[in-house]
Design a protein around this ligand. Structure first.
Ligand code: GLN
Length: 461
């Protein structure tokens, strides 16, 4: 559902009617998308739009936020038991920005607890089902956001992407999802996962809507020191319609149908006047290993605050302080959260720090250099988003390594801080959506969206 269509409906009926209809769709949902709705606050805000007190480019347009965004009107759980009843004292900057344009957050949607995962199976609130085939995963960790848009509950949804969590569920459910340049969008008021690669982005019906939302969401924020000033003022010069097809993503382990669909998209780009060359980035073979050292290290440090005293529900009040820490964490974290805290603590421990964390950071620098070098010769790099379309629920849960391998094509852009968008291109023979990934230079978010738009226009006429 397009944003413009909702705006027309607000004009034809009222914001209250549009928001009420979205709330009804959310309640009728059978894919386990929603964790909590903020019904009364949403309707109050809609009434303000109707009274002319709330205006803007998104006046009366409903949306949902992944439940790791702090917001008013409903708890912020991060899909964990630990934060089950956490009422945020503030709203994320990006929620504020959207609301200042009149958009209305109707509720909070499912994710892998603390965004650790790629299937929304690690949630304390149950699995979100794929929008097309309910026996398959929604992808993740922004699974609820992707399905909310794909099922037409709302026209757009906020997500976070640390290693693929917007792009992969977007691809699995047939919607557009952008992971912006690191630092493009404020992270203030969003539950931190791995601060070195955490980004805030959005999932929407098409590229045009995504570009509008990015225009609203980006910008420097004094509350997030990593945000970039003058985001849209500094742009790279187009290289002249040249795309690099990432060779390593098209080689072993990729589903032949995904490969075929990407090659078909390459032909479409050629028909649009693009030159497309295969490019090799040899460092890509280390990307997954780098990611699964650096990210758990940062997770273990960011999650240390959830001790049942400063943050999180407390368990074991009658024991010692140590008991409180241990019992609260034991009860509040999901198994995948614990696994990552343990891995992270291990790679940061003295004696192993140089061998793992330091070495991974050095390798990451080499990967970044390789990306910069290759990107200097192309407008953008293209390739698949994931090795296969949405997999069956339960298929990868017995083996964490199998699950981590699903991230092999999304973590590289995260480690390099580059903007990357997932755009639907086709389906496989069973009707499962397949997306293409377009990776740009730093700050080239608008440019990759323009490249994505050309393909979308070609497909839809
Ligand atoms: N699937 C990846 C992981 O499990 C990415 C998660 C994310 O981007 N939040 O780490």
């Amino acid at each position: 559902m397009k944003i413009a269509k909702q705006i027309d409906e607000v004009a034809a009926t009222s914001a209250v009617a549009v928001v009420r209809a979205a709330l009804e769709r959310a309640k009728a949902d059978k894919n386990n998308v929603v964790i909590n709705l903020s019904e009364s606050r949403a309707l109050e805000r809609a009434a303000k739009v109707d009274a002319g007190e709330l205006k803007g480019r998104l006046a009366g347009v409903p949306f949902v936020a992944k439940d790791n965004f702090l917001g008013y009107g409903a708890p912020t759980t991060a899909a964990s038991k630990l934060l089950k009843s956490f009422d945020a004292p503030l709203q994320a900057t990006v929620v504020e920005k959207l609301e200042s344009e009149g958009a209305i957050c109707i509720g909070k949607v499912n994710l892998d607890a603390f965004a650790h995962g790629g299937s929304t199976e690690n949630s304390a609130y149950g699995v979100t089902r794929n929008a097309v085939d309910p026996t398959r995963v929604a992808g993740g960790s922004s699974g609820g956001s992707a399905v909310a848009v794909a099922r037409g509950i709302v026209p757009f949804a906020l997500g976070t992407d640390t290693g693929g969590s917007i792009r992969q569920p977007a691809s699995f459910n047939g919607v557009v999802g952008i992971k912006p340049t690191y630092g493009a969008v404020s992270r203030y008021g969003v539950v931190a996962m791995a601060s070195g690669t955490d980004t805030i982005g959005v999932l929407a019906h098409d590229v045009e809507d995504t570009a509008l939302l990015m225009d609203i969401m980006t910008g420097q924020d004094t509350k997030d020191m990593t945000t970039l000033p003058d985001f849209f003022a500094v742009q790279s010069t187009p290289t002249g319609k040249k795309l690099g097809l990432i060779k390593e993503f098209m080689a072993e382990g990729i589903d032949p149908i995904v490969r075929a669909r990407i090659l078909a998209a390459v032909e479409q780009y050629k028909s649009l006047g693009y030159e497309v060359e295969e490019v090799s980035l040899p460092m890509l073979k280390y990307a997954l290993a780098i990611y699964y050292i650096v990210v758990p290290a940062e997770i273990s440090s960011n999650l240390a605050r959830y001790d049942g005293v400063r943050y999180g529900s407390r368990v074991g009040n009658e024991g010692t302080l140590r008991d409180v820490y241990e019992l609260s964490r034991q009860a509040g974290f999901e198994p995948e959260n614990k696994r990552r805290i343990i891995i992270g603590s291990y790679v940061l421990s003295s004696g192993f720090f140089d061998a793992y964390y330091q070495k991974a950071q050095k390798a990451r620098t080499l990967l970044i250099r390789e990306f910069n070098d290759v990107l200097s010769r192309y407008d953008a790099l293209i390739g698949p988003v994931a090795p296969s379309p949405a997999f069956k629920i339960g298929n990868n849960t017995d083996d964490p390594l199998k699950m981590y391998l699903e991230d092999v094509m999304t973590v590289p852009a995260s480690l390099a801080g580059l903007p990357a968008v997932s755009v639907p291109i086709d389906t496989n023979d069973e009707g499962l959506p397949i997306g293409i990934q377009i990776i740009g230079k730093r700050r080239d978010d608008a440019h990759i969206l323009a490249i994505a738009r050309e393909l979308e226009e070609l497909r839809h006429g």
